[in-house]
Design a protein around this ligand. Structure first.
Ligand code: PDD
Length: 277
């Protein structure tokens, strides 16, 4: 059984090796996608592929994969994986080269893909909601690119864990951007509100699906800047991501959100999302 695809070959995870001079390791010079797989079918793979191309263009790296090659390799990993539901990881780096910040003249990208079982959050998180904390968004200005340079996100997520929370909601110049590894949607006076999808946040695939479901269900939506004050008076706060789907935040910085339970608008959307997947 092959768990991993690395540069044209399928192999067990233990056999996969990356040279120390890979720019993904040295500089975080690469991009990635995480695709949820349900019943051995990738959800919204087309959109993930398009976002991968956007990220590659953003770091000026030519895509070494054709769409057909990518389809074939992910389908083989998905077929050979142990579980029906999976989290598929695909990463492309600028490859191995002598350490120098400038791009190498000859680029030979590293392509890595692997599948692991999709581990859903505990049921209690959905029943009662989770704690989140806020922090200054101290990342760079290309958050629309899904790059492997994730140290800022790692530190922000750890801030949340250290404070007994599951996610850190980020505020840049007083406005909400997203979570350390998720997007955020609020219910404010009956309207589903999300921050503008620009260079300050990752345009989440789950978020896009949720917004489309909201439109189908006739829930009014607005994509607009959200202030710190609005975040704190939201009736509902939900996190969206490929691996955690939708999670309700019921406690923010130690204060109860809404009535302290997962709210009705998000619950309707989560039910619709379960149908969709
Ligand atoms: N991260 N914003 C950030 C910074 C993220 O890292 C993620 C997901 C999202 C949600 O995007 P999507 O709905 O397309 O998964 C938003 C993945 C799950 C990860 O890094 O593991």
């Amino acid at each position: 059984m092959s768990d991993v695809y690395l540069n044209g070959e399928f192999m067990p995870l233990e056999a996969a090796r990356i040279p120390v001079l890979d720019r993904g390791f040295i500089f975080g010079d690469g991009v990635y996608e995480v695709v949820p797989v349900y019943g051995r079918r990738p959800l919204a793979w087309d959109r993930h592929w398009q976002r991968l191309e956007h990220s590659l263009a953003g770091i000026r790296l030519a895509n070494p994969l054709t769409r057909a090659a990518a389809d074939a390799l992910i389908m083989r990993l998905i077929e050979e994986a142990e579980t029906e539901d999976q989290s598929l990881y695909l990463q492309i780096t600028r490859g191995v080269a002598p350490r120098d910040h400038g791009f190498p003249v000859l680029v030979n990208p590293t392509v890595l893909a692997l599948s692991k079982p999709l581990s859903m959050p505990p049921a209690s998180w959905l029943e009662s909601g989770v704690n989140a904390v806020t922090h200054t968004d101290d990342r760079w200005y290309h958050c629309d690119l899904k790059t492997t340079a994730l140290l800022a996100n790692v530190l922000l997520r750890q801030q949340a864990l250290d404070r007994g929370a599951v996610e850190c909601l980020l505020l840049r110049e007083g406005q909400v951007t997203e979570g350390a590894a998720s997007n955020v949607v609020l219910v404010l006076d009956g309207v589903l509100v999300t921050p503008p999808r620009n260079h300050l946040m990752l345009a989440g695939i789950t978020l896009a699906l949720v917004l489309e479901l909201a439109q189908r269900l006739g829930i009014s939506c607005a994509e607009r800047p959200i202030s710190d004050a609005e975040l704190r008076r939201a009736q509902e706060i939900w996190l969206t991501s490929s691996t955690r789907e939708m999670l309700p935040v019921t406690c923010l910085d130690g204060h109860v959100v809404g009535n302290g339970l997962p709210g009705p608008v998000g619950k309707r959307l989560l039910a619709a999302y379960q149908e969709l997947k």
